[in-house]
Design a protein around this ligand. Structure first.
Ligand code: HEM
Ligand SMILES: *[C@@H]1O[C@H](CO)[C@@H](O)[C@H](O)[C@H]1NC(C)=O
Ligand SMILES: *[C@@H]1O[C@H](CO)[C@@H](O)[C@H](O)[C@H]1NC(C)=O
Ligand SMILES: *[C@@H]1O[C@H](CO)[C@@H](O)[C@H](O)[C@H]1NC(C)=O
Ligand SMILES: *[C@@H]1O[C@H](CO)[C@@H](O)[C@H](O)[C@H]1NC(C)=O
Ligand SMILES: *[C@@H]1O[C@H](CO)[C@@H](O)[C@H](O)[C@H]1NC(C)=O
Ligand SMILES: *[C@@H]1O[C@H](CO)[C@@H](O)[C@H](O)[C@H]1NC(C)=O
Ligand SMILES: CC(=O)N[C@H]1CO[C@H](CO)[C@@H](O)[C@@H]1O
Length: 331
């Protein structure tokens, strides 16, 4: 009797350890006892930062996306390279991730370390800051579950294959998002993040200069828009910081104009514009262009999903003391 109970327990325990424990450990109350003031502290710093640097919201939204898509939302993107090791930040695709995002995380982390040392993970800071800034610029609210741990690795060699490029064709974009469990509709909603922020000229230069034998610029562009971009980017090879807004009409506001732009040939990147031509993505572009509520609902749900993608738990993570370094390398 005792023996069979023992067997039963052993079986039960080995069964439990097979369950995906990652998500069940997250909760909105995770820091209620250990760091109850965290949200007040964060909100003050986030609001100050966004008001003084209005590019912060877009910067952090993109950094969050890049963090999550490369082996999960675990702050591996925040690790700085050192003389011995390269980190994700060294990979080509990270080129031009805006410094405002990293600055904000450092400020929040410093304040939270004073309030509740060693408690609050950088991954949770990144997830909550992203949500708060999306809301601040007019986007939808969504719940962010808490309790992520920070990664102990940051590998530049896996960045390239996990992130989309402006030149990636729709089929490849779809398969990239499918592999990570996102549908075509969710992909189109997430890319709606391009309703804020900007892109450097080099990301769309091939669409506006020497496009083909018969056309100087991509005929998918609205001609007036294309000529404006050609002027703006005329010197981009000697002034690589030259950039254009992703949403030409309301670049600082989170709304559905991005999708209306695509319908009028005002999609900045080739990957943007292609979504309105491909019949697997076009229905969703049309839906979100016609109905902002539908866009906001789906964006919020997709961000909730993205925010828990491949998160780390106790075994494979830690709470970093500094967001840009693993604890092992800190003095
Ligand atoms: C189809 C997939 C996507 C492609 C090909 C793509 C590509 C790009 C490129 C090339 C830039 C310009 C970077 C620069 O020049 O500095 C950019 C900017 C941006 N991307 Fe994406 N992206 C995609 C999906 C997403 C998703 C899913 C999000 C977030 C949920 C996102 C958020 C942003 C933001 C906010 C910016 C502006 C950054 C800033 O102003 O600092 N993107 N994207
Ligand atoms: C945790 O704190 C939040 C915000 O103060 C509150 O809304 C929630 O009810 C708390 N949860 C628990 C279990 O105490
Ligand atoms: C470099 O990375 C390797 C593998 O992740 C790690 O074992 C090593 O300790 C790291 N060294 C430094 C100085 O960061
Ligand atoms: C376009 O191509 C021509 C000939 O190949 C070249 O002389 C010119 O510099 C190119 N223009 C741009 C903007 O790259
Ligand atoms: C490009 O450079 C030329 C020469 O330096 C300058 O006259 C012109 O104003 C610049 N154009 C733009 C759009 O920056
Ligand atoms: C898209 O178009 C292709 C070819 O025109 C067709 O074979 C396919 O069934 C269409 N797919 C959808 C989802 O409409
Ligand atoms: C817009 O989308 C929302 C959410 O999906 C839906 O409830 C609403 O009926 C739609 N409005 C119109 C005018 O179709
Ligand atoms: C923000 C940041 O550190 N970005 C880095 C991305 O990678 C390039 C190298 O390809 C670095 O030069 C950037 O500093």
């Amino acid at each position: 009797m005792a023996f069979s109970n023992y067997i039963f327990l052993v079986i039960l325990f080995s069964f439990l350890s097979l369950l995906p424990s990652t998500q069940s450990q997250l909760s909105t109350d995770y820091y209620n006892k250990t760091c109850p003031q965290f949200h007040n502290i964060m909100q003050r710093i986030i609001a100050d930062k966004q008001l003084s640097s209005p590019t912060t919201a877009a910067a952090i939204l993109r950094v969050f996306f890049h963090d999550c898509f490369v082996n999960g939302c675990d702050s591996s993107i925040l690790i700085a390279s050192n003389a011995f090791n390269k980190s994700e930040l060294d990979a080509d695709s990270n080129l031009s991730l805006a410094g405002d995002a990293f600055d904000l995380i450092t400020r929040v982390k410093t304040a939270l370390e004073l309030e509740c040392p060693g408690i609050f993970s950088c991954s949770d800071i990144l997830a909550v800051s992203t949500r708060d800034l999306v809301v601040m610029v007019g986007g939808p609210f969504y719940e962010v579950l808490l309790g992520r741990k920070d990664s102990k690795v940051s590998d530049p060699s896996i960045v390239e294959s996990n992130l989309p490029k402006s030149t990636t064709p729709v089929s490849k974009l779809l398969s990239l998002f499918f592999t990570k469990g996102f549908s075509a509709e969710e992909m189109v909603a997430l890319v709606g993040a391009h309703t804020i922020g900007f892109s450097h000229c080099k990301e769309f230069a091939s669409r506006i200069f020497n496009f083909s034998k018969t056309s100087e610029y991509d005929p998918a562009y609205n001609p007036v828009f294309a000529l404006g971009l050609r002027k703006l980017c005329a010197n981009y090879t000697i002034a690589p910081e030259m950039s254009a807004f992703n949403d030409v009409f309301t670049p600082g506001k989170f709304d559905n104009l991005y999708y209306k732009n695509l319908q009028r040939g005002l999609g900045l990147l080739s990957s943007d514009q292609a979504m309105v031509t491909d019949n697997r993505t076009k229905p969703f572009v049309d839906l979100f262009a016609a109905n902002q509520t539908a866009f906001f609902d789906l964006f919020a749900r997709s961000m909730e999903k993205l925010s828990v993608y491949k998160i780390k738990t106790d075994k494979d993570g830690e709470v970093r003391r500094r967001c840009d370094q693993f604890n092992t390398f800190q003095t």
